[in-house]
Write a protein that binds this ligand. Structure first.
Ligand code: SF4
Ligand code: SF4
Length: 241
């Protein structure tokens, strides 16, 4: 698989599946076979992933990216032996960091849920092409990653204001809003990628979508309370007083 295909979710999944480290090996920078030069994308992604591991309380040295051409068999063996020894010296994932299994899973799960948001929030930096490899070391700072997690938004539809106009449901890129002309709309928080589209498209006269920072969205309205007054969503564009 091309290193350009490596996704943050793959790295987190490998760790959640019990692996103590993740190694990414790719073609040398400047030697990509494709114009996309995905190895630069992998490089910035790995530096972001290291900062995320740090934020989660895990040793960032559990991740390594190296450049290896197909003809460098000896170097490949050396690098793999070295990485293997490094991971052994760090110790078991979580245990070495003083985290019990439940807490480790909770943290990895939290980060995995935020992957789409992280990719949106950091897309400009992830797409950057820096002239020197060393410059990637400072591409992401500890503070900005902390801020990214602390300020991860949740979106919530206020049932008192939703007019079931269906605009947000039709525009949500991952179809995670349910509702119809007669039912108050609800966001599936597990599936929401926090893109903010619903907030942008909800007509200001309704203003039903709220952006919450640093707090989880309230639980969804029970199904039996989602029915709007008959004809409300069809007869008028204005919410009831
Ligand atoms: S924030 Fe984006 S993904 Fe989440 S409900 Fe709104 S439109 Fe859908
Ligand atoms: S766009 Fe606003 S009013 Fe319309 S269904 Fe969505 S949340 Fe409700």
């Amino acid at each position: 698989m091309c290193t350009g295909r490596v996704d943050l979710r793959f790295i987190l999944r490998a760790l959640a599946n019990g692996n103590d480290g993740v190694f990414v090996g790719g073609c040398w920078l400047g030697e990509c076979h494709y114009i996309t030069e995905g190895n630069y994308d992998a490089l910035s992604l790995m530096h972001l992933a290291k900062k995320i591991l740090e934020y989660l309380g895990l040793n960032p040295d559990r991740l390594r990216i190296e450049w290896l051409s197909a003809s460098e068999g000896v170097r490949f063996a050396e690098v793999m032996n070295d990485f293997s020894a490094q991971i052994k010296s760090i110790g078991r994932l979580g245990e070495a960091e003083g985290l019990d299994h439940m807490e480790l899973c909770r943290r990895l799960d939290q980060a995995t849920q935020l992957v789409p948001y992280i990719k949106i929030a950091k897309r400009a930096k992830l797409a950057m092409r820096l002239s020197k490899e060393e410059e990637y070391l400072s591409l992401f700072s500890t503070e900005e990653v902390e801020q990214m997690f602390d300020e991860a938004p949740s979106y919530y539809i206020d049932p008192e204001k939703c007019y079931a106009c269906m605009i947000c449901r039709n525009r949500c890129p991952v179809q995670c809003i349910s509702g119809d002309r007669s039912r108050i709309h609800v966001i599936d928080q597990e599936a929401c990628i926090r893109c903010g589209t619903c907030l942008k498209v909800c007509p200001p006269r309704f203003g039903a979508v709220q952006k919450l920072i640093g707090e989880p969205a309230p639980p969804p309205l029970p199904e039996e309370r989602r029915l709007l007054r008959k004809g409300k969503g069809e007869k008028s564009e204005e919410p009831a007083a």
